[in-house]
Design a protein around this ligand. Structure first.
Ligand code: COA
Length: 393
């Protein structure tokens, strides 16, 4: 119903951008030297360019634009929640609220990147020699390349960036694209207040004609390919963990080369709560990184680590204060991306080479165990409990 109501808005009206605020169509949105440090001027330019969009970007994107605009200009959402029947304002409020406490600077930055990604395909050929720029072919990711950095942003903040079947496929594609493009390093981060809440549990509720066995088999193939994409990724892969991380978004971090986290982040792998078992090679990498005892607390007994604890056990490289997280991390990444591309790629491949075969074998074993787990009563009961609202983490 909300979706129907939202269609009544044009982008400019919806976002409260009046005609007078719209820039000349010839004015190209300029993102300063770095996509990672949008100035107030960049923000104002982006706001002005928004009115020149020829194509309606769709309700989800409009909500996202609205939310980032509010967060950038007013900070976190503290207004009362509209009534359930006030569909449009409730949807807008939800979108704004889902950004949690991200800073105004970060929201400004994300707003600029988003508007830029919408403008890119509309820019006439031959105008602007921007870097590879943004790729808008993804539904639930923002993927852009700037300053030799390809950034993959999980972009489903209203669901805490839970990973749907489609998103797994998109992330595999985005990693494949990043492995072949001109970027020097690749970054994965999340939109909103969460990094990622792990596997979208509704993946378990979409039963195909072939029944649960077929669902489990296709999920296994997808998961195997997903983890493989990390094991085989040839360039430095960096996690910018902007908030809590759950499940598979935590386990695959052990396949990243560097992990930077805000102090607000937490790391939680509640597999036994869900009647499941470890994936992402964590049954092998976690004991190796943190020792069997600490790994078992996480993987068997669902211990949630703070960012500092995750750093102490070696899963996270460094933790930053939330207020300066964005600025400090991106200025560091920009300098990393100036290092020689091939030297970095070959060095990463050498560091990982000895483990690669082993990791593929572990991935296969974990996936086979999960097929059995997904079909178990223990798992089905846990998923049902979540959707009945009984079993939040
Ligand atoms: N799968 C499906 N939906 C999810 C999800 C997931 N992994 N994580 C969050 N969501 C949905 C919620 O159902 C909710 O949807 P709704 O608005 O339609 O009700 C929305 O995202 C927002 O989450 P909410 O639960 O309201 O936010 P919160 O801050 O109170 O709690 C979590 C966040 C992540 C603690 C909670 O959503 C949760 O426990 N999710 C399950 C995580 C999980 O078990 N992942 C699998 C690990 S193996």
């Amino acid at each position: 119903m909300a979706a129907v109501a939202l269609k009544l808005f044009t982008p400019a009206r919806f976002l409260g951008v009046g005609r007078s605020a719209q820039a000349s169509p010839r004015l190209k949105l300029h993102i300063t030297a770095s996509v990672m440090a949008a100035t107030v001027e960049d923000f104002n330019n982006a706001k002005a360019k928004l009115g020149t969009l020829k194509k309606d970007p769709g309700n989800e994107v409009k909500l996202r634009i609205y939310a980032l605009f509010k967060q950038a200009t007013q900070g976190p959402c503290n207004t009362p929640k509209p009534s359930m029947l006030d569909f449009v304002n409730k949807a807008k409020w939800d979108a704004w609220k889902s950004l949690g406490s991200i800073s105004q600077e970060e929201a400004r930055q994300k707003y600029v990147v988003l508007i830029s990604s919408l403008l890119e395909p509309e820019t006439p050929a031959g105008v602007a020699a921007q870097p590879a720029g943004a790729d808008t072919s993804y539904q639930n990711l923002l993927v852009s390349t700037q300053d030799q950095i390809t950034t993959i942003t999980l972009n489903r903040p209203e669901k805490k960036n839970a990973i749907t079947v489609e998103m797994y496929t998109e992330i595999i594609q985005a990693l494949d694209q990043a492995s072949k493009d001109d970027s020097v390093i690749t970054v994965i981060t999340g939109s909103g207040d969460f990094y990622c809440s792990g596997n979208d549990l509704s993946n378990f509720t979409k039963i195909p004609e072939g029944g649960v066995e077929q669902m489990a088999r296709s999920a296994a193939d997808l998961l195997r390919d997903y983890v493989k994409a990390y094991i085989d990724f040839p360039k430095p892969l960096i996690g910018v963990i902007n908030g809590p991380a759950v499940g598979i978004s935590v386990t695959v971090l052990s396949l990243f080369d560097v992990v930077y986290a805000t102090e607000r982040a937490t790391f939680h792998t509640p597999f036994s709560n869900l009647g499941q078992s470890p994936e992402g090679c964590s049954s092998y990498t976690f004991p190796k990184i943190m020792g069997a005892a600490k790994a078992s607390e996480m993987l068997l007994f669902n211990k949630k680590l703070t960012a500092m604890e995750a750093c102490q056990v070696g899963l996270v490289t460094e933790v930053f204060p939330d207020s300066s997280f964005h600025k400090e991390v991106w200025s560091r990444l920009k300098s990393y991306a100036k290092l020689p591309k091939n030297s970095l790629a070959y060095s990463k491949q050498l560091i990982r080479a000895a483990e690669k075969e082993r990791l593929h074998a572990v991935n296969n074993q974990e996936v086979e165990r999960l097929v059995e787990r997904w079909l178990s009563d223990e798992c089905m009961q846990a998923v049902m409990s979540f959707f009945q609202g009984k079993a939040k983490l």
